[in-house]
Design a protein around this ligand. Structure first.
Ligand SMILES: *Cc1c(COP(=O)(O)O)cnc(C)c1O
Length: 454
């Protein structure tokens, strides 16, 4: 019988995360203090983040960062996640390509985000922190942090983007089940929220705005730190457990990927999947294509600009050198809530600039079509975010059919879609629409970042 699923024995689960900063030919540009423009030091991040995370954020020398024992114990509850050969999908497409996917949807929170939530909650506990706060879009990150905080005995407060709060009530219940307190954002509980609601009382919210609210709470509450679900270097670091496992699992299958694909919100599941493989490209000249799959309506990598910008809408974060659509970008209300973010991680932005990776964009109806084919062939209903990676993998597999090349494609299935059936309903009943930004709108949004680079 053909082997379909690859699982690692516990002794093979990674004991260190991979820090690609240590080997990058061009290091990322420095992160800057928004007021003084001074290069940021770890201490500058201590008011917001746990100290260990702040150090990891700016570490450009240590290639391997040990995974603490207590974190590995929590990982053991669901890792390794399976690597699966998608034979049925290959057959449905009639492609000679070998398609593999890494299934992060089996985690207790249903997505890859738990990999970093566990690490951040652990470091907070270590440091004597009692309260942790964050934002969440689709609710995946909030659910992950709620669970991780509970595991380490910390209180968790989550600002949830208002559109998602209304569209995805079950994600809210999941967070409450795990014991977190949830506030829809924008809210009147912070200055950042009040400012936005005063201009537009019906503001649907955005990740940028929710970040502003959570950071403000962390800065104004004693013994409270902010935890972040994507974009930042330390988050991408924690996610490398995905690619490190996948590398070993691909070896079990006797393969090495020609193409590595992940969907793209701020970059954490992409970086986590790609970087362990990309190290062989940088160090040994291996030829692998790395493709970030983003929504057409939020095209930071395909149409954004590389320059300094804020990570949040209110301009509370340091200035990050990254591909951005401008910090006041207002994304369309697409169903892949976790991809509605204006910027991209600093490390991958540099790697993108240096030609180590590429990006493609997909309209949401195409992604749901892909997700449904995947569900019918592989038996897993994917998260709307993950549907972008599937659409991209299908695209590449179809190209293989045309050219007759049997390429090996690996994509990350970042999460399952059981709590996203409302979105599937919309697609299935023909009530889902695509959004595209005009060049004019794009230029207007990017101007908010341009202003910071004068
Ligand atoms: C949050 C999320 C994403 C996007 O975030 P990245 O940091 O870009 O990985 C993708 N898929 C799922 C299931 C998510 O929850």
């Amino acid at each position: 019988m053909r082997q379909k699923k690859y699982i690692l024995p516990e002794s093979e689960i990674p004991t260190a995360w991979y820090n690609i900063q240590a080997i990058m030919p061009n290091k990322p540009l420095p992160i800057l203090n928004p007021k003084s423009r001074a290069v940021l030091k770890p201490e500058d991040l201590y008011p917001i983040f746990c100290e260990e995370c702040a150090k990891q954020e700016l570490d450009q020398t240590n290639e391997w960062i040990p995974i603490p024992e207590a974190v590995r114990e929590q990982y053991a509850a669901y890792r390794s996640t399976p690597l699966v050969r998608a034979y049925e999908l290959e057959e449905a497409l009639g492609t000679p390509a070998h398609i593999y996917f890494k299934n992060e949807g089996i985690s207790p929170s249903g997505s890859h985000k738990l990999n970093s939530a566990i690490a951040q909650a652990y470091y907070a506990k270590q440091q004597g922190i009692t309260n942790i706060t964050t934002e969440t879009g689709a609710g995946q990150w909030g659910g992950s942090l709620s669970y991780a905080a509970k595991k380490f005995g910390i209180e968790c407060a989550v600002y949830m983007v208002k559109t998602s709060f209304n569209q995805k009530p079950y994600r809210r219940s999941i967070m409450q089940t795990f014991g977190a307190a949830i506030t829809p954002s924008p809210s009147m509980s912070t200055r950042a929220g009040k400012d936005i609601l005063t201009v537009n009382p019906n503001d649907p919210g955005s990740l940028g705005c929710a970040i502003s609210e959570a950071v403000e709470l962390a800065l104004t509450t004693p013994n409270c730190k902010y935890a972040v679900g994507s974009v930042m270097n330390h988050v991408c670091l924690h996610q490398t457990v995905i690619g490190l496992e996948a590398e070993k699992q691909m070896a079990m299958a006797g393969e090495y990927p020609d193409i590595v694909i992940a969907c793209f919100g701020g970059g954490s599941n992409f970086c986590g999947t790609a970087f362990p493989f990309m190290r062989h490209t940088i160090l040994e000249g291996k030829k692998t294509r790395f493709i970030a799959a983003e929504p057409t309506s939020c095209p930071k990598l395909t149409r954004g600009k590389f320059e300094y910008d804020y990570g949040d809408e209110a301009g509370l974060t340091p200035l990050l050198p990254m591909f951005t659509l401008g910090h006041n970008f207002k994304p369309a209300s697409i169903h892949a809530g976790g991809l509605r973010y204006h910027g991209a991680g600093v490390i991958l932005s540099q790697l993108m600039k240096d030609g180590y990776m590429e990006a493609q964009d997909f309209p949401q109806t195409e992604t749901f079509k892909a997700g449904i084919l995947f569900a019918r062939t592989e038996g897993i209903i994917p998260a709307p975010e993950s549907c972008h990676a599937i659409a991209c993998a299908i695209n590449e597999a179809k190209k293989c059919k045309e050219s007759g090349e049997a390429k090996t494609i690996l994509f990350n299935l970042s999460g399952h879609g059981f709590v996203d059936m409302g979105s599937y309903d919309k697609y299935l009943s023909g009530e889902m629409f695509d959004y595209k930004l005009t060049d004019e709108e794009l230029q207007q949004y990017i101007a908010s970042a341009d202003a910071l680079n004068k």
